[in-house]
Write a protein that binds this ligand. Structure first.
Ligand SMILES: [Cu+2]
Length: 141
């Protein structure tokens, strides 16, 4: 008969499962969540424009060709990413709503823009209107 074997199999599988899940290490990539712009070897920023909420960060991912991120000088703009950056990732936070155009000094045809708080992010709903002034609860009886 195979009944005893079948009865024991679930217990055996449970033991194996417990023994096997000891080393679950979480991926440590919380710094790189979303809002990535690739500064590619093909001499372009991808995507060329990115929309974020106020206070969010954008991370530029520089490939093998050196690039920089030089912002137009407008109010609220973060610091430029100067020099020739390759094989690295550099972030900037945007704490002021606005449109921040930028380019690469080395390759003037490389342009991009960061749209901060420009409507892609759903705003909180407005508060409910107050009840009309004449409203009263005297409908009893
Ligand atoms: Cu460049």
């Amino acid at each position: 008969m195979t009944r005893d074997f079948e009865k024991g199999l679930p217990a055996l599988l449970a033991v194996l499962a417990l023994a096997g899940c000891g080393g679950g290490s979480p991926t440590a990539a919380s710094n790189m969540v979303g809002n990535l712009v690739q500064a590619s070897a093909a001499i372009q920023f991808t995507p060329s424009s990115i929309s974020i909420a106020v206070g969010d960060k954008v991370t530029w991912v520089f490939a093998s060709v050196g690039h920089n991120v030089t912002f137009d000088p407008v109010v609220g703009v973060p610091a430029n990413i100067d020099g020739a950056n390759s094989n690295t990732s550099i972030s900037r936070a945007f704490s002021t709503a606005g449109v921040y155009a930028y380019h690469c000094n080395i390759h003037p045809s490389m342009t991009g823009a960061v749209l901060v708080g420009q409507g892609n992010v759903v705003p909180p709903p407005p508060p409910p209107p107050p009840p009309p002034p004449g409203y009263s609860r005297t409908t009893g009886g």
